[in-house]
Design a protein. Structure first.
Length: 352
């Protein structure tokens, strides 16, 4: 992938707990990590995907760009979870030019919103596993009011939103450029963020099943706040090991293990649905991302309940990283949180 000067974009992942920003640079030796930074936003700034404090969030974005000395104004952002519907639908095989009309006329039955309230996009995935006369199409619908809100936010931050992607696709984008990853094995990408979890089962760069749910690390913080009468900030510091005298470590451990087990059960259900469906292929590889990877017991639980290799993503592995700018200790902590921003930074202005 060659970036022309004009078409490169800064990837901006606006999570409900952390915003992350990444800029890549084409060098003679390959694609390099040019800029990367993260900053925590105040709890309550984004609730169920909705921006509650536009001014505050725009300021956080401006501050993050300033602190990382990012001058490029063209950005790629993404939305996910609450107002995005992703479905694989089945329709009779037809040429690409005819697909658009049929998708628009059929979309209504698959989307729980008024069709006039959503932007629709789609991608032909190829022949259906059921019949050669049928094809699978990936249908994506994003609520227009949500997109408008994010565009306003980016303008308010003094930036130009060039691409509005979907979190799950941006993550897949980052995963696909990783070296050594066998793309032939059925692979499950799991992102457990603060407020949502996204699951994407892939084979050979094609999505076979996608699911979102509202599990996330906020559940841990909420339980700690309730049990120990502390603020969300204090709970977060306790979970991150920054303070250890206000909340008992055993208490955190018990809550983390219990929630990890519950996330794991939800994931097993999706895997079982996939495995008992049309395909008799097993999920062989699981790649974890998002703040949930730090939750005690989560990876072990998946390992013990699913017969698959489980690893934590490090999207920096695909890039040339200057150790002086980004020391190993930083890369280890930031790696699981970074893939969506990196996947977005890989996009170019003229991408669909
Ligand atoms: N080093 C760490 N140790 C423990 N927990 C951590 C660590 N780093 C992050 N977390 C947890 O992960 C959360 C952030 O994860 P992430 O950045 O994936 O969420 P997000 O993208 O902001 O949320 P969402 O995608 O759901 O909107 C934090 O709120 C925190 O609870
Ligand atoms: Mg996230």
């Amino acid at each position: 992938m060659i970036f022309g000067k004009k078409d490169h974009l800064v990837g901006l992942d606006i999570g409900s707990s952390f915003i992350k920003v990444a800029e890549l640079k084409e060098t003679g030796k390959g694609l390099a990590l040019h800029k990367f930074g993260m900053s925590r936003i105040l709890p309550g700034t984004i609730v169920e995907g909705k921006i509650m404090d536009m001014e505050g969030l725009a300021k956080d974005i401006r501050t993050l760009f300033k602190s990382q000395k990012i001058r490029e104004k063209n950005v790629a952002i993404s939305t996910g979870g609450h107002s995005v519907v992703i479905k694989t639908i089945n329709t009779s095989t037809r040429p690409e030019q005819e697909l658009q009309d049929i998708i628009y006329s059929e979309a209504e039955q698959y989307i729980p919103y008024d069709i006039d309230d959503v932007n629709i996009d789609y991608q032909a995935l190829g022949e259906s596993e059921f019949s050669p006369d049928q094809m699978n199409v990936l249908l994506v619908a994003v609520k227009k009011d949500l997109v408008a809100e994010y565009i306003d936010l980016i303008h308010l931050a003094g930036l130009n939103p060039k691409i509005i992607d979907v979190d799950t696709f941006a993550l897949q984008n980052a995963y696909e450029i990783l070296p050594y990853e066998s793309q032939e094995k059925v692979t499950l990408l799991i992102d457990v963020g603060a407020s949502k979890t996204s699951l994407n089962i892939l084979k050979a760069n094609s999505s076979l099943m996608m699911r979102d749910n509202v599990s996330g690390t906020n559940q841990i913080l909420e339980e700690i706040c309730g049990q120990f009468d502390v603020t969300v900030d204090e709970a977060e510091q306790a979970v991150n090991g920054e303070v250890n005298d206000i909340v008992s470590q055993d208490g955190i451990r018990e809550i983390s293990l219990r929630l990890a087990q519950s996330w794991c059960s939800e994931i097993c259900e999706v895997v079982n649905t996939y495995q008992t469906g049309a395909s008799d292929e097993k999920v062989e590889k699981i790649i974890l991302s998002g703040g949930g990877v730090f939750t005690e017991g989560f990876k072990d639980c998946l390992l013990s309940e699913l017969d698959a290799d489980v690893s934590i993503i490090n999207p920096f592995e695909a890039l040339i990283v200057n150790e002086k700018k980004f020391p190993d200790s930083f890369i280890t902590k930031a790696g699981p949180l970074a893939p969506i921003a990196i996947g977005l930074a890989l996009r170019r202005v003229d991408d669909k």
